[in-house]
Write a protein that binds this ligand. Structure first.
Ligand code: ME8
Length: 521
């Protein structure tokens, strides 16, 4: 496969709040995708960061007796620390208060003004103060004039503002949704957006005058740029697209357009409608896909600090301490709300999945096979084929099975179907267990004359596990590395298509026994 670029982004997180499971979740999804794409050999850029302007940050800072910048510095550092804590391999961390970002945002907005896509006007509408978002009459009515997030009443607000001419882009947006049905995924989210087009798109205010913590409008510093416009630009300022003389532009501009903007469902409108329209106005290419996942709820209810079911960083850390980092990642990726429905985080379910998938499947199979190789072959990989001996058990044509799994895995990872990709690898491991039950190597071991057959069976087991573990490495990177080191196999460095080909395990190389996932009470 030819080398290509892949660019994946998380939302940039608000610094008026502290990181929690939701932020860790989205960032972990992007991390799995980024690792998988690197293992395929693509040139990957994985961006995350913090959204640091706006009235909420100004108010939180005021309440804490801090300057907004000091609050932003403190909380942005906390968001940055989760990258290291959770083994997340982002390539850059963008902060909207950085001079690189602010300068470029002003350049882009100046361009929009110049082209007439931004103009000064008066606006009246239903405003959600918590979300800093306006609703149309129809949508406000549907929401019973209450914020869908905080439940607080929407307020009628009038503003003299700069507007972005969103209405002028309705036709092109509709065409985009029609010709590229995968622009917004999953498809239920796409339908949600389409439903709102029926209302007719209205121009959106993109400046504010009621507070000052933001990027000044070019040529009118009584206005600051609306935090959402400022924030959306992060995806291209981080690549230097607004400053062609910058190092960022030189090093990163080739990554645009993004492969995936991964977001939560609550910020879909900004990403699926406003953002592409802004890019159209700037004559820039559009991202390939906005992937909007659903939400984690906790123990059957919306997470809330007062209900005591809020999964903050301390709670996340307690899981990692009790189980391990890879177990945490595995649970998030395979049991999380990647699809159209919310996912419930339940402690007992975590334990069940850990036992069923990691202890009893990955852990058991790898420990069983490495133990048998130690017991019957002194920890040395036997040859698969010796003259006549190639063991084919009906239904287990391993080379074909593994090749198919690799192909499926690759296309699922490319398509951001992370659960499906993971399932390909897990399927191979479950098949190894069935194969062992069918061929009963422990019985063959009792018969001297069956040594070669026994060797061939165990070769097929360790080789399939090697391939399966390569495929699992984006999700459980530490445990797969531990395993590959224990069997003296190569780690994946951007060449999975070759490495995961049948025959990679070298007869004669040594194998240590592994115990990857201990039982946890
Ligand atoms: O919205 N389950 O930032 P934010 C899953 N700054 N994911 C969740 C979640 C949950 N319960 N709660 C939050 C903002 N998330 C803006 C974004 S982008 C240009 C600007 C995740 O700090 C999910 O990805 O409120 C959601 O979109 C994001 O956190 C919101 O983070």
């Amino acid at each position: 496969m030819s080398k290509q670029t892949r660019y994946v982004t998380t939302p940039i997180y608000y610094v008026n709040d502290r990181p929690h499971i939701g932020h860790v979740y989205t960032t972990t999804l992007c991390d799995v995708y980024a690792r998988a794409m690197r293992s395929v050999g693509h040139d990957v850029f994985f961006l995350t960061g913090t959204d640091e302007h706006g009235v909420k940050v100004e108010q939180s800072a005021l309440e804490k007796g801090m300057t907004p910048q000091a609050l932003a510095d403190q909380n942005s550092a906390e968001f940055q620390s989760i990258m290291g804590m959770f083994n997340l391999t982002s390539d850059a961390f963008i902060r909207t208060t950085s001079s690189e970002h602010t300068k470029q945002v002003q350049t882009f907005v100046a361009k929009l003004l110049e082209r007439g896509d931004v103009y000064l006007g008066t606006f009246e509408g239903w405003y959600d103060e918590g979300q800093e978002e306006y609703h149309t009459e129809t949508s406000a009515r549907e929401l019973e004039y209450k914020s869908p997030i905080s439940g607080k009443p929407l307020v009628r607000a009038t503003e003299n503002n700069y507007y972005f001419k969103l209405s002028a882009y309705q036709g092109r947006l509709e065409q985009l949704f029609e010709t590229n049905p995968a622009f917004v995924r999953p498809s239920s989210r796409r339908n949600e957006v389409l439903g709102r087009f029926a209302d007719g798109l209205q121009d959106v205010p993109i400046s504010r005058t009621n507070f000052s913590w933001g990027i000044p409008m070019p040529s009118n510093d009584e206005h600051v740029i609306y935090v959402w416009i400022d924030a959306l630009f992060n995806y291209i300022t981080a690549l230097g697209l607004g400053d062609h003389a910058s190092d960022w532009y030189k090093e990163r501009s080739e990554f645009w357009p993004a492969s995936y903007h991964v977001i939560g469902k609550e910020i879909l409108w900004f990403h699926a409608v406003i953002w592409p329209a802004v890019l159209m106005a700037l004559e820039l290419p559009l991202p390939n896909c906005i992937y909007a996942h659903s939400f984690w709820i906790s123990e059957g209810k919306k997470m809330s600090k007062s209900l005591g079911n809020f999964i903050d960083l301390a709670t996340v850390e307690s899981y990692i301490e009790k189980y391990n980092m890879d177990a945490w990642r595995y649970y998030l990726v395979t049991q999380g709300p990647l699809g159209a429905t919310d996912a419930d985080f339940v402690a007992t379910r975590f334990q069940e999945i850990y036992n069923a998938h990691l202890v009893n499947t990955v852990g058991n199979s790898t420990s069983r096979v490495t133990a048998m190789l130690n017991k019957y072959f002194d920890g040395v990989v036997p040859p698969e084929v010796d003259g006549e001996t190639r063991v084919e058990v009906t239904g287990f044509d391993w080379p074909t099975k593994c090749e198919a799994a690799l192909l499926q895995w690759t296309s699922a990872m490319e398509a951001f179907e992370l659960t499906k990709a993971t399932e390909e690898a897990m399927g191979l491991i479950r098949d190894v267990d069935l194969f062992i039950n069918d061929t009963a190597p422990f019985t063959l071991a009792k018969d001297e004359s069956k040594q070669k057959e026994l060797g061939a069976i165990l070769y097929q087991c360790i080789e399939t596990l090697r391939i399966a573990m390569l495929l699992l490495s984006p999700v459980i990177p530490s445990k797969t590395e531990e395993f590959l080191v224990a069997i003296q196999a190569d780690l994946c460095i951007g060449n999975i298509q070759e490495l995961a080909r049948w025959g990679g395990a070298q007869p004669g190389s040594s194998v240590s026994k592994v115990a990857l996932f201990p039982r946890v009470k």
